[in-house]
Design a protein around this ligand. Structure first.
Ligand SMILES: [Cu+2]
Length: 433
């Protein structure tokens, strides 16, 4: 039995690696445009494969059914990393529609929008209307909760769900659970499921036969990919303890805009690429964020429809692969903020102070000011951030690129703050009378 299991895992690893994709080419070009992940359920066992793989190879013959994961559409994003994210989502949908074995449904693992705007959701809906699978199951990303704590997301995509939008459903003998780990993020923390959702999950799984294949999906990875960039979920261990007794568990996530895979016992973890823009490999750049690739490469990637749509691969291979930084477009999106240079020992006597938000960091991160000083935060990143007092004393809207937030400090004390979208981003203001 154990041998059989091992054989199976080996087979799967082989499948995952033997995907007909030139991994070096992948690392160079980040074939991120218009990607999606095709899952074929065969005998209750999910196997992923690339869009580019024709019907001949895996074909879907003998498959129970197929579904496709797409992620991180970021509709509304228009920065140089990809000025037309609607077009690349459309490319993904075209691929899905051209699949020889029709997908039963789509799963979208969050960040549908860039700024939670109604017009962005409208555009997404419009593009998805053209998908041949008529059903899409969603979970929200932090970008979908920006303006209204996810009210609008819930109205549009969360009908019949619990809490912040979690739910489960069954499809042809497989039990799917959509989880939400992007609300109530605490300063310094990672993604979070929260007590109420964990209780619900335990209850939802209780009484199901251990032979039922389980698919969990959520936006932020439910395993620790790279905590320095917030790529993990604080209480995912608890959630995973509820699925331990099941024979086949697949965990699908987005958020990090690249493929990472890990198999741990009977649980296999997978993160999908974005349909919008790539992000650097963990630790390979000063921070997470949209990664620009040269325009000619972008065109080349966009022009290729048959190959390079890599969706499966070994995470470890990707993490461990040395990046050729001299010629690679993966060298990140600019120099890092020199935080140390801005560190301030003394009390500033300026009546107005500026804090820059750059490369997912507040700079300077900690400052001492005199009472009455006005602090202005300005977002220099290509991605929105917020400035939220940990004590609830101030709270900005989502600040898009170049947008500012101001607050005048009139009482002495210490004011820690963080970005509610990226709780690893923290700073503090010490006000002296
Ligand atoms: Cu942020």
């Amino acid at each position: 039995m154990a041998d059989k299991k091992q054989d199976f895992i080996d087979q799967r690893l082989q499948d995952l690696n033997n995907d007909g994709v030139d991994r070096r080419g992948f690392l160079k070009c980040m074939a991120w445009a218009g990607t999606g992940l095709v899952w074929t359920l065969s005998g209750g066992v999910p196997v992923s494969r690339a869009f580019a793989q024709g019907a001949g190879q895996h074909g879907g013959e003998g498959a129970d059914f197929t579904f496709v994961q797409i992620s991180d559409s970021h509709i509304g994003f228009s920065k140089p990393a990809n000025p037309d994210v609607t077009a690349t989502l459309q490319t993904a949908i075209n691929k899905i529609n051209a699949m020889p074995h029709k997908a039963d449904f789509l799963i979208h693992t969050g960040d549908l929008s860039q700024l939670s705007k109604p017009s962005e959701f409208d555009t997404l809906d419009q593009v998805l209307k053209g998908a041949s699978p008529k059903q899409t199951y969603f979970v929200p990303g932090e970008h979908d909760m920006l303006t209204d704590n996810g009210e609008q997301y819930l109205q549009r995509y969360g009908k019949g769900t619990k809490g912040a939008g979690w739910y489960s459903f069954d499809h042809k003998g497989v039990h799917f659970v959509g989880l939400v780990n992007v609300v109530n993020l605490k300063a310094g923390g990672l993604g979070s499921l929260g007590h109420e959702q964990l209780e619900w999950l335990e209850d939802d799984l209780k009484g199901r036969s251990a032979s039922t294949p389980i698919v969990l999906f959520a936006h932020i990875p439910l395993w620790t990919v790279y905590p320095d960039w917030g790529w993990g979920t604080d209480d995912s261990e608890q959630a995973l303890s509820y699925v331990k007794r099941f024979g086949s568990v697949t965990v699908l996530n987005g958020h990090i805009h690249q493929v990472m895979q890990k198999i741990e016992g009977k649980v296999s973890f997978h993160t999908a690429m974005s349909t919008a823009f790539p992000q650097p490999a963990p630790g390979s750049a000063p921070s997470a964020g949209p990664m620009k690739v040269p325009a000619d490469q972008l065109q080349r990637v966009l022009g290729i429809t048959d190959v390079n749509y890599l969706v499966s691969g070994s995470s470890l291979a990707i993490i461990d692969s040395p990046l050729d930084s001299s010629s690679s477009p993966m060298s990140g999106n600019g120099g890092g903020a020199d935080m140390a240079a801005m560190a301030s020992g003394g009390v500033s006597t300026d009546s107005a102070i500026e804090v820059k938000i750059d490369n997912f960091a507040f700079t300077p991160g900690a400052i001492k000011i005199k009472s009455g000083t006005q602090v202005t935060w300005i977002n220099n990143d290509d991605i929105p951030h917020t400035v939220d007092s940990t004590q609830g004393k101030f709270k900005s809207a989502a600040l898009d690129t170049d947008q500012k937030f101001e607050f005048r400090f009139t009482e002495a004390g210490e004011y820690p703050y963080y970005c509610r979208m990226h709780p690893k981003m923290t700073g503090s203001i010490i006000v002296q009378s």
